[in-house]
Design a protein around this ligand. Structure first.
Ligand SMILES: [Zn+2]
Length: 113
Protein backbone atom coordinates (compact mmCIF):
# COMPACT_ATOMS: atom_id res chain seq x y z
CA UNK A 1 0.00 0.00 0.00
CA UNK A 2 1.31 3.38 -1.14
CA UNK A 3 0.06 5.14 2.03
CA UNK A 4 2.13 2.77 4.16
CA UNK A 5 5.38 3.87 2.50
CA UNK A 6 4.37 7.52 2.87
CA UNK A 7 3.93 6.96 6.60
CA UNK A 8 7.26 5.18 6.79
CA UNK A 9 8.97 8.21 5.23
CA UNK A 10 7.18 10.52 7.66
CA UNK A 11 8.34 8.27 10.48
CA UNK A 12 11.95 8.58 9.26
CA UNK A 13 11.66 12.36 9.18
CA UNK A 14 10.32 12.37 12.74
CA UNK A 15 13.16 10.12 13.92
CA UNK A 16 15.78 12.31 12.25
CA UNK A 17 14.26 15.44 13.72
CA UNK A 18 14.12 13.82 17.16
CA UNK A 19 17.85 13.14 16.97
CA UNK A 20 18.71 16.61 15.69
CA UNK A 21 16.46 18.55 18.01
CA UNK A 22 16.58 16.21 20.96
CA UNK A 23 12.94 15.50 21.69
CA UNK A 24 11.42 12.20 22.73
CA UNK A 25 7.86 12.31 21.65
CA UNK A 26 5.80 13.66 18.78
CA UNK A 27 2.28 14.40 19.99
CA UNK A 28 0.82 15.88 16.82
CA UNK A 29 1.77 16.32 13.20
CA UNK A 30 0.19 18.39 10.47
CA UNK A 31 0.43 17.37 6.84
CA UNK A 32 -0.45 19.40 3.81
CA UNK A 33 -1.86 17.22 1.10
CA UNK A 34 -2.95 18.31 -2.35
CA UNK A 35 -5.98 16.81 -4.09
CA UNK A 36 -3.73 15.26 -6.76
CA UNK A 37 -1.24 13.71 -4.37
CA UNK A 38 -3.00 10.40 -4.87
CA UNK A 39 -3.42 9.79 -1.18
CA UNK A 40 -6.39 8.01 0.31
CA UNK A 41 -6.89 9.80 3.62
CA UNK A 42 -8.53 6.90 5.40
CA UNK A 43 -5.74 4.55 4.34
CA UNK A 44 -3.20 7.17 5.38
CA UNK A 45 -4.67 7.44 8.88
CA UNK A 46 -4.79 3.69 9.24
CA UNK A 47 -1.18 3.28 8.06
CA UNK A 48 -0.05 6.11 10.29
CA UNK A 49 -1.44 4.37 13.37
CA UNK A 50 0.24 1.11 12.39
CA UNK A 51 3.61 2.67 11.58
CA UNK A 52 3.79 4.89 14.66
CA UNK A 53 2.71 2.25 17.18
CA UNK A 54 5.38 1.71 19.80
CA UNK A 55 7.58 4.50 18.39
CA UNK A 56 8.35 8.03 19.49
CA UNK A 57 5.15 9.03 17.70
CA UNK A 58 2.91 6.53 19.46
CA UNK A 59 -0.53 8.09 19.87
CA UNK A 60 0.47 11.03 17.71
CA UNK A 61 -2.42 13.02 16.36
CA UNK A 62 -2.48 13.26 12.59
CA UNK A 63 -4.01 16.40 11.19
CA UNK A 64 -4.46 16.76 7.46
CA UNK A 65 -4.75 20.11 5.75
CA UNK A 66 -6.12 19.68 2.27
CA UNK A 67 -4.57 22.22 -0.03
CA UNK A 68 -6.10 23.70 -3.16
CA UNK A 69 -5.03 22.66 -6.62
CA UNK A 70 -4.05 25.39 -9.07
CA UNK A 71 -3.15 25.34 -12.71
CA UNK A 72 -1.57 27.84 -15.05
CA UNK A 73 -3.29 28.48 -18.40
CA UNK A 74 -0.75 29.15 -21.15
CA UNK A 75 -3.08 31.06 -23.54
CA UNK A 76 -4.48 33.29 -20.76
CA UNK A 77 -1.18 33.51 -18.88
CA UNK A 78 -2.85 33.25 -15.51
CA UNK A 79 -3.55 30.70 -12.86
CA UNK A 80 -6.85 29.41 -11.54
CA UNK A 81 -8.30 26.93 -9.09
CA UNK A 82 -8.90 23.43 -10.49
CA UNK A 83 -11.38 20.91 -9.15
CA UNK A 84 -10.46 18.00 -11.36
CA UNK A 85 -7.13 17.15 -12.83
CA UNK A 86 -8.14 17.46 -16.49
CA UNK A 87 -10.51 20.39 -16.24
CA UNK A 88 -10.09 23.00 -18.98
CA UNK A 89 -9.40 26.67 -18.29
CA UNK A 90 -12.63 28.31 -17.03
CA UNK A 91 -11.98 31.42 -19.14
CA UNK A 92 -10.88 30.15 -22.53
CA UNK A 93 -11.57 26.42 -22.39
CA UNK A 94 -7.97 25.58 -23.18
CA UNK A 95 -6.34 22.33 -22.13
CA UNK A 96 -2.86 23.82 -22.41
CA UNK A 97 -2.44 23.91 -18.70
CA UNK A 98 0.29 23.34 -16.27
CA UNK A 99 -0.60 22.07 -12.83
CA UNK A 100 1.20 24.29 -10.32
CA UNK A 101 -0.10 22.99 -7.03
CA UNK A 102 -2.10 20.02 -5.90
CA UNK A 103 0.44 17.20 -5.99
CA UNK A 104 2.18 18.21 -2.78
CA UNK A 105 2.45 16.13 0.32
CA UNK A 106 4.52 17.72 3.03
CA UNK A 107 4.90 17.99 6.73
CA UNK A 108 3.75 21.43 7.78
CA UNK A 109 4.77 21.20 11.39
CA UNK A 110 4.74 18.96 14.42
CA UNK A 111 4.24 19.23 18.13
CA UNK A 112 6.98 17.62 20.11
CA UNK A 113 7.97 17.21 23.71
ZN1 LIG B 1 -7.30 30.13 -20.38
Amino acid sequence: MHEMSICESIMRVMEDQAKQQDFRHVSAIRLEIGPFAGVELEALRFSFDVVTRGTLADGCQLEVIETEARAWCLPCAKDFHVEQRFDPCPDCGSYQLQVMAGEELRIKDMEVN
